[in-house]
Design a protein around this ligand. Structure first.
Ligand SMILES: Nc1ncnc2c1ncn2[C@@H]1O[C@H](COP(=O)(O)OP(=O)(O)OP(=O)(O)O)[C@@H](O)[C@H]1O
Ligand SMILES: [Mg+2]
Length: 227
């Protein structure tokens, strides 16, 4: 369970203070598939980054499974990022000269696991995104859609409870976007909590719940009946 309580994020440019998040409160239960949508600059990435501890709040708090993220020390933050959440970025951030295997294995290595024991989880994650056949390929040789699927495999290889995806279809064509959306839906069906930022209304409709932001505030929070 994620509880976001009156979170504000202030940026100061010159004398004027600007609130990228201006009092956001939100609860996300385990197993939900939530889309966060809204215009460019409305604060979507800022909010997701805070859930992922990539950025810190100015005021308010975020609890994940009862723990206050702002109370985490460096070591706890590293552990949280590595094990509890999987992050998928708009621009994949794969290591282009590494193989697909090495890219997906990275979170396991960061968790201190090396060698043969990693083969099974890496293969399982690649199987889930339909890319087992590319396991030995260098990341730079893959198409954009394939690279994003590798990024998803990397995000799930440690079996995190929460999958955070910022515009996972942002750079992709329709066919690849549909593929990514199917993968997110199947991960949700397997019980993962999926939080996806998207500016695409069609993609948002594929989630169970759609949270809309505007000027750093949540302006609507509704459930999709069909999902
Ligand atoms: N480091 C920063 N310093 C100053 N302002 C910032 C900083 N990071 C973000 N902002 C501002 O905060 C606001 C929210 O940014 P954010 O990236 O969360 O928007 P977004 O909803 O994800 O937009 P997009 O759909 O374009 O990705 C924007 O107006 C942005 O310019
Ligand atoms: Mg953004």
């Amino acid at each position: 369970m994620i509880s976001i309580c009156d979170v504000k994020k202030k940026y100061s440019s010159g004398r004027k203070a600007f609130y990228a998040l201006d009092g956001v409160s939100l609860e996300i239960a385990e197993g939900e598939f939530v889309a966060i949508t809204g215009k460019s600059g409305s604060g979507k990435s800022t909010l997701l980054n805070m859930i992922g501890t990539l950025d810190s709040v100015t005021s308010g708090s975020i609890f994940v499974d009862g723990e206050d993220l702002s109370k985490y020390s460096g070591k706890k933050i590293a552990e949280y990022r590595n094990k509890k959440v999987g992050f998928v970025f708009q621009s994949f951030y794969l290591e282009p000269s590494y193989t697909v295997y090495d890219n997906v294995e990275l979170p396991l290595v960061l968790a201190g696991k090396t060698g043969k024991q990693n083969r099974k989880p890496v293969e399982a994650a690649l199987e889930e995104v339909g890319l087992l056949s590319k396991i030995k390929e260098r990341a730079r040789n893959l198409s954009g859609g394939e690279q994003q699927r590798v990024a998803i495999a990397r995000a799930i290889v440690n079996r995190p409870a929460y999958l955070l995806a910022d515009e996972p279809c942002g750079n992709l064509d329709t066919a690849n976007s549909e593929n990514i959306m199917r993968i997110l839906a199947s991960l949700h069906a397997l019980g993962k909590t999926v939080i996806m930022v998207t500016h695409d209304p069609e993609d948002a409709e594929k989630a169970e719940r759609v949270v809309t932001m505007s000027d750093g505030k949540i302006v609507s929070d509704r459930r999709n009946k069909q999902n």
